[in-house]
Design a protein around this ligand. Structure first.
Ligand SMILES: O=C(O)c1cc(=O)[nH]c(=O)n1[C@@H]1O[C@H](COP(=O)(O)O)[C@@H](O)[C@H]1O
Length: 239
């Protein structure tokens, strides 16, 4: 894999709260990561302007608001994310088949072209383990639950899933090569696990078949964030 291909795989989690920080990180990391993820913290503090600030700099955005609501509400929110210019947005697969299928149907109606914005279904969060699932009444083992949700998302026409790198191979086998797999819970050897429970290194995640890796704190909390991003790219290329 070339350096350019490895850079394109990295989505930087822009988990910050001000426009100044958005500008700072966009300036620092453009060319070292392929996309910026705007999540709940930044969107709650700065709103859609945060997405516009990045797209104005020609950066691509994954709008990570993990919608989970009645089908019409999720479909309408996803349309707004797409109109805003987000290349990727997401919803919770646990919202069910109708919620996902309705969303994809509306998206196809408004964006009939092949290059339409894409939607990912979050399976089981990378901060969850068996104990977390038991606590909310889910008795299936994590990998089985993840594959079940990925297959449901695929059947509903969703473009791909967000899952731990540990489940990539299982999802790939169950859902095929064209199904997007985006993996947070990525931790290079130099970083701490933080609140992530199902983790893997960047090169192992790519080797397993992940299309994109979402990485935040291993870059953001490093004393030299650009060096951290370069190390991750190097690890992927060498892996
Ligand atoms: O949808 C996500 O992006 C997501 C899903 C998931 O299962 N786990 C997960 O960590 N994320 C997001 O991915 C990012 C991971 O950040 P770091 O743990 O700092 O690398 C955070 O912004 C999370 O909100």
């Amino acid at each position: 894999m070339t350096r350019e291909e490895a850079v394109k795989k990295i989505i930087f989690a822009l988990d910050v709260k001000t426009f100044d920080e958005v500008e700072l990180w966009a300036e620092r990391l453009t060319g070292h990561v392929g996309m910026f993820k705007v999540g709940k913290q930044l969107f709650t503090s700065c709103g859609p302007e945060a997405v516009k600030a990045i797209t104005k700099r020609a950066g691509e955005v994954f709008l990570d608001l993990k919608y989970h609501d009645i089908p019409n509400t999720v479909a309408m929110a996803t349309l707004e994310a797409a109109r805003l210019g987000a290349k990727l947005s997401n919803l919770h697969a646990l919202g069910g088949y109708e919620m996902m299928a309705t969303t994809m149907e509306k998206l196809h109606q408004e964006f009939p072209g092949a290059d339409r914005p894409q939607v990912l279904a979050v399976t089981i969060l990378t901060s969850s383990n068996e104990e977390t699932l038991r606590g909310v009444g889910i008795e299936l083992p994590v990998p089985e639950m993840v594959v079940k949700l990925a297959q449901l998302a695929k059947k509903a026409g969703v473009d791909g899933v967000v899952a731990s790198p540990q489940e990539v191979e299982l999802i790939r086998n169950a859902c095929g090569k064209d199904f997007l797999i985006v993996t947070p819970g990525v931790r290079p050897a130099f970083a701490s696990a933080d609140d992530q429970k199902r983790i893997m290194t960047p090169s192992d995640a790519v080797k397993a078949g992940a299309d994109y890796l979402v990485i935040g704190r291993p870059i953001a909390a490093h004393p030299d964030p650009v060096a951290a991003a370069k190390l991750i790219v190097e690890e992927i290329v060498n892996g």
